[in-house]
Design a protein around this ligand. Structure first.
Ligand SMILES: CC(C)(COP(=O)(O)OP(=O)(O)OC[C@H]1O[C@@H](n2cnc3c(N)ncnc32)[C@H](O)[C@@H]1OP(=O)(O)O)[C@@H](O)C(=O)NCCC(=O)NCCS
Length: 214
């Protein structure tokens, strides 16, 4: 089944479908259309502040529509359960979802997958958050020109979250434990996991990465 016309299918040679939605533009409807959500999801959304709740709703609604199109099923009927690490799962395929500001990105794959989208932060935020990285990543970043710090930091961070989501630990695994780095080719700290930057179709000011746990 075709994806919702307000979504963009990103061009990629990776083993995943990548679907991007802009909830401040064509996909704005997903912030308020709760018709595909379960009662439990609606109750969960109600626990957030209104703006954060609308973004959470948009992410879940977009995810349901992406999975519905992928599986040719009613988006409202898909059974999403959380595993013990809090990663949402369905029986039929692997997927991962990420939100950054107004954007939602979903990856669907045959292999366990993690995707992360990040807005490039300010220099000061990057300089502070660097402390969360692996010691060698911190020393690598300490060498780069200040004007490139935020870009390089967020490249490492998106790769790292994609990796941790593919492992399904999320940030319960210390992001300082594994070296991935900002080099053109990400290092993978795990023999079963490959990590890639996602560039085509990602808007200016954002960085994205995906990891597969094969
Ligand atoms: C998963 C996590 C890395 C998300 O980071 P984030 O940048 O804030 O958010 P993103 O938008 O990129 O991703 C959120 C999505 O990740 C997914 N997710 C949640 N836990 C996950 C896990 N353990 N593994 C993989 N994916 C996970 C969910 O789909 C979530 O969306 P949902 O809220 O609609 O269910 C982070 O929140 C996390 O690790 N959470 C679980 C562990 C935890 O809470 N640790 C304490 C915090 S230090």
């Amino acid at each position: 089944m075709a994806h919702h016309p307000s979504f963009t299918v990103l061009p990629t040679s990776l083993d995943a479908d990548l679907i991007l939605a802009d909830t401040a533009a064509d996909a704005e409807w997903a912030r308020t259309d709760l018709s595909t959500l379960t009662e439990q999801e609606k109750n969960h959304a109600a626990e957030f502040e209104p703006d954060a709740g609308a973004i959470w709703v948009a992410g879940r609604v977009i995810l349901r529509h992406v999975l519905g199109a992928h599986l040719d099923q009613d988006p409202a009927g898909i059974e999403i359960r959380l595993d013990s690490a809090g990663k949402p799962r369905i029986a039929e395929c692997e997927f991962s979802v990420t939100r950054a500001r107004r954007l939602v990105l979903v990856a669907v794959s045959e292999d366990p997958v993690g995707v992360d989208l990040e807005a490039v932060p300010s220099h000061d935020v990057a300089a502070e958050a660097m402390a969360l990285l692996h010691p060698k990543e911190q020393s690598d970043l300490a060498e780069v020109d200040d004007s490139r710090l935020a870009e390089d930091f967020v490249r490492v961070w998106a790769r790292k979250e994609a990796f941790l989501k593919a492992l399904s630990t999320g940030l319960a695994r210390d992001p300082g434990m594994d070296y991935i780095g900002a080099a053109v080719s990400p290092a993978s700290p795990h023999p079963d996991v490959d990590i890639h930057d996602v560039e085509s179709g990602i808007p200016e000011g954002y960085r994205a990465a995906i990891a597969f746990n094969r």
